[in-house]
Design a protein around this ligand. Structure first.
Ligand code: HEC
Length: 93
């Protein structure tokens, strides 16, 4: 019974992690797809961009999916990967 309950809890944690975004996975994506323009810390100061750490989840999702002003959509990053990138950006600062 104890083992059954632990397995259930592990299962739940695993499912939540899938939805919440994985910061470690997000770092790899951020480093490959965003860092060259927005900087290692997200501040964007190298290219004089706005600090993406200040942006809402909705704005981050929109910029990646649809583009933002002069930034083109990042079509190689899907919605689930965007959640991971957001989770990573929230660890910066
Ligand atoms: C080729 C360079 C480049 C890459 C790669 C890039 N961006 Fe951008 N991004 C820009 C530029 C330039 C702007 C400002 C566009 C404007 O205001 O016209 C911008 C704007 C944004 C904005 C809008 C709000 C703001 O702070 O200006 C967000 C959010 C954002 N980028 C997130 C990302 C994320 C997340 C990634 C990686 C998946 C990414 N960007 C990859 C160049 C880039």
């Amino acid at each position: 019974m104890k083992l059954f309950v632990s397995t259930m809890i592990l299962g739940l944690v695993g499912t939540t992690a899938m939805f919440a975004g994985d910061a470690a996975a997000g770092k790899a994506i951020y480093d490959a797809k965003c860092k060259m323009c927005h900087g290692a810390d997200g501040s964007g100061k190298v290219m004089k961009l706005k600090d993406i750490r200040e942006d809402s989840d909705a704005d981050l999702k929109k910029s990646v999916a649809e583009g933002w002003g002069k930034m083109k959509a990042v079509s190689t990053v899907n919605a689930a990967q965007t959640e991971d990138v957001i989770a990573y950006i929230r660890t910066l600062k």
